[in-house]
Design a protein around this ligand. Structure first.
Ligand code: APR
Length: 307
């Protein structure tokens, strides 16, 4: 069986960490592309030299030539500038839209059958740009946000309860920003609703920490934003597509009437498999959740109206 080809556009912190997780899981051959000369080459070679130690078999190539990404099965866009302290994700919009638009056009040209997972922030807007500029069908272009946001919420809930991280399941809806919606009603510890285990005031604190999860890391790092958990989240999605796993994951998906929104990318639960976003799943919302989601939709719409 021929190995899958995974291209990662942008060999910075998130891109290189994606390559690391993908290699460790032996998901396919990896191409790291960046505009910086030497950086993708150096990181790719360094990572491949871990293969004899870790026992994975994949070729990892670094390049500044876009044609080396040709015929990718899946591509991850992390290219752009990262958020600095005091800067909101939305401040990044103009620069990153230019970069992501250009990358999406080139991907469509060199890899007409690829899937695209967008990671560059502001995520929901950049995924929309990638969709428009690639000209691909919506199931083939989606964004990584909810897997990371829900992983952060799961982490905080697990720490609060002193239980295994993997036993916490949850759902985070909405934009990948301050108005994201961690869904407490859909959060369980080993099947038990967390509302039966944690006082409401503490849950509210964990929800707020999740909303500020990206900023918390930025404030520590000072010169960049998170990359270990984002990289792991992306590769969970890549694996779901390449292995046709039919995972139910929260992703930034294109909406065509679901959740009362149209022509917009928004974080929603979806079935992710060999067809990319195979189905968006709609869940019931309370009036308060509906209002919060509408706020998220309006703030994304404000930006995408210019693309
Ligand atoms: N093509 C390819 N790579 C590019 C381009 C381009 N046109 N423009 C910039 N890059 C590269 C940069 O050279 C850099 O190596 O994108 C990389 C971005 O890496 P970092 O600055 O380390 O940023 P990172 O932390 O990886 O975050 C990337 O993901 O989570 C989001 O907000 C984050 O938007 C940011 C993105």
């Amino acid at each position: 069986m021929k190995r899958k080809k995974i291209s990662i556009i942008g060999a910075g912190n998130v891109g290189a960490t994606c390559a690391h997780w993908a290699a460790a899981k032996e998901l396919g051959d990896i191409v790291l592309f960046d505009v910086l000369e030497g950086v993708p080459q150096g990181k790719a070679l360094d990572l491949m030299e871990a293969a004899p130690i870790e026992g994975f078999n994949c070729n990892i190539t670094g390049t500044n030539q876009f044609e080396d990404t040709a015929n990718s099965d899946i591509a991850v866009i992390t290219a752009g500038i990262a958020r600095k302290p005091g800067m909101s994700r939305d401040d990044l919009v103009t620069t990153n839209a230019r970069i992501v638009g250009d990358v999406a056009r080139q991907l469509a040209c060199y890899s007409p059958n690829t899937f695209i997972i967008c990671v560059t922030n502001p995520l929901d807007v950049m995924t929309y740009v990638a969709y428009k500029k690639s000209g691909f069908s919506a199931n083939r272009v989606f964004g990584m946000s909810g897997v990371l946001d829900s992983a952060r919420f799961r982490t905080f809930v697990a720490l609060e309860l002193g239980v295994s991280f993997e036993d916490i399941t949850t759902l985070v809806l909405g934009g990948h920003g301050d108005d994201m919606l961690p869904m407490v009603r859909y959060t369980y510890a080993g099947g038990i609703p967390i509302e039966k285990l944690i006082p409401a005031g503490r849950i509210a604190t964990l929800v707020e920490r999740t909303r500020q999860g990206g900023a918390e890391i930025v404030n520590y790092l000072k010169t960049g934003s998170a990359y270990y958990a984002p990289g792991a989240a992306v590769i969970q999605m890549v694996e779901a597509v390449l292995k046709d796993k039919k995972r139910v994951l929260p992703v930034a998906a294109y909406l065509q009437g679901e959740y009362g929104a149209r022509d917009i990318y928004l974080g929603v639960p979806a079935i992710i498999g060999g067809g990319g976003v195979e189905k968006v799943i709609e869940v019931d919302l309370t009036d308060a959740e509906r209002q919060a989601l509408d706020k998220s939709i309006q703030s994304i719409k404000k930006f995408i109206s210019s693309f």
